[in-house]
Design a binder for this molecule. Structure first.
Ligand code: SF4
Ligand code: SF4
Length: 62
């Protein structure tokens, strides 16, 4: 299982991570990215990490 961590201090709410996530589990809520889908659906692809110009996302494996 993958753990996606969003640093709300760094997140600018641009939505790039949500737009590019192939599992469609990320969404911008109140100006900050959040995982609104099932965390178990995360593919661990790190597309969200690559999409974020603000280094606000990290993906780790638990
Ligand atoms: S790409 Fe980065 S800055 Fe943009 S919404 Fe996602 S986490 Fe926030
Ligand atoms: S690692 Fe891939 S599947 Fe998981 S949240 Fe990021 S973009 Fe989506």
């Amino acid at each position: 299982m993958y753990v996606v961590t969003i640093d709300v201090e760094k997140c600018q709410g641009c939505g790039e991570c949500a737009d590019n996530c192939p599992a469609s589990i990320l969404e911008v809520v109140d100006g900050k990215a959040q995982m609104t889908g099932d965390p178990a659906d995360c593919l661990g692809c790190e597309t969200c990490v690559a999409s974020c110009e603000h280094d606000a996302i990290t993906v780790s494996e638990s």
